[in-house]
Design a protein around this ligand. Structure first.
Ligand SMILES: [Zn+2]
Length: 386
């Protein structure tokens, strides 16, 4: 197991200062994703807690990017924002209004443009920890715990941890860290959403159906942003034909997750409402330069992780809208202050964003709506069942 030290080379990555303003190209690129992610996962946004100043800054950035690339406003009062009302932990309304950000790429077909394919991610994370910890020590101990969970002996994991921390100490002094940067959760989905919007609006050929780009808030608080949108949609709910949600698409290495690697991708919800959606997802994947190997394990009925009920796609599925959540999986930095941009696999993330773009385009150009052939739940507000 010690041999896996090389797998953890990202541990050695130094955190570099974010760019002031990021110039991006129309193409979906690893360089653009990196530039954007260093911006929104920066300490200065203080972990983007929904209803905080930091989340307000990131939603302003997303709206300004939607406007810059040419999406039309899809929020309230002719703007990009939709205010989301929810009770923060400890009661009361958020200090700063939490908001979804919604932009629309109008379809080219005079009839089909009144139907929408939704692409989404969430802009919030969990804020700031009560107590600071040493960044490297926490990270090493979390990876050592993951190694034990995967069967390494505690002595081997301990030896590895000691060795890893020594090598890091040789590189740099301890760093007190208390900010949950949420680079992967869900900074990765957020910057992928922006790159897809930029690529689709720059493309000469527009899709037949319209595309809604929505950045949900308050996912971490209980899927409040996506639930608010589907309970108070700014376009008719039955005009939403499919929803594609990206959450944690920036990791997925073998050190992070079992079976991890360049082709690793978890899909949740795929055929729960539409067999055809699953077929189209696999067909489009097969056309990608490096097709993904889909892991459907977490979509199994009764699965103990309950991912089906824990991400924003569910807010759409409960209304009978075929939806898929895409992720490159869990990792030892999940919901830790160590979830930072220097540990992200930008090439893999660019491939996920490109795939989601291609899938959205294919669905938007179908000559029929994706067929819902499975029963939908009676009451959208009933409790979710994995
Ligand atoms: Zn998330």
């Amino acid at each position: 197991m010690l041999a896996s030290l090389a797998l953890l080379s990202p541990l050695a990555g130094a955190q570099s200062a974010p760019a002031a303003a990021v110039a991006t190209t129309a193409a979906i690129s690893a360089a653009d994703l990196r530039a954007r992610l260093y911006l929104i996962a920066d300490d200065s946004l203080r972990g983007r807690l929904a209803g905080s100043a930091g989340d307000s800054v990131v939603t302003a950035y997303i709206a300004s990017e939607f406007a810059r690339v040419g999406l039309t406003p899809g929020g309230e009062d002719g703007g990009y924002f939709q205010t989301v009302h929810f009770r923060v932990r400890g009661g009361g309304e958020p200090a700063v209004p939490a908001r979804n950000v919604i932009g629309i790429l109008r379809g080219s077909d005079p009839v089909l443009r009144n139907e929408y394919v939704v692409i989404s991610a969430h802009n919030d994370h969990v804020g700031v920890a009560r107590h600071a910890v040493d960044h490297d020590s926490l990270r090493v101990s979390n990876f050592a715990a993951a190694m034990r969970k995967r069967g390494a002996s505690s002595s081997a994991a301990k030896a590895w941890a000691g060795h890893a921390l020594d090598s890091l100490r040789a590189l740099r002094p301890p760093r007190a860290d208390s900010i949950y940067n949420g680079a992967d959760d869900d900074g990765s989905g957020t910057v992928s959403l922006l790159e897809i919007a930029e690529a689709m609006t720059a493309a000469p050929q527009k899709p037949k159906r319209s595309i809604i780009f929505i950045s949900h808030t308050a996912e971490e608080e209980g899927l409040y942003g996506s639930a608010w949108f589907t309970d108070h949609p700014t376009v008719p709910i039955d005009s939403l034909v499919t929803e594609l949600d990206m959450d944690m698409v920036g990791r997925g290495s073998p050190a992070d997750v079992e079976h991890g690697g360049p082709a690793y991708l978890e899909l949740i919800g795929t055929r729960r409402l539409s067999t055809e959606l699953g077929d189209v997802a696999e067909r489009v994947d097969a056309t990608e330069p490096l097709p993904f190997k889909f892991n459907y394990a977490f979509d199994a009925p009764g699965d103990k992780e309950e991912y089906y009920c824990r991400a924003d796609h569910y807010s759409y599925a409960r209304y009978g809208i075929p939806s898929i959540n895409f992720s490159r999986g869990d990792h030892p930095d999940y919901h830790q202050v160590t979830d930072e941009p220097q540990y992200i696999d930008y090439d893999a993330m660019a491939r996920v964003a490109t795939y989601v773009r291609d899938l959205a385009l294919t669905i938007a150009n179908l000559d029929h709506r994706v067929v819902v052939d499975k029963p939908k739940q009676q009451d959208p507000h009933a409790e979710c069942v994995q």
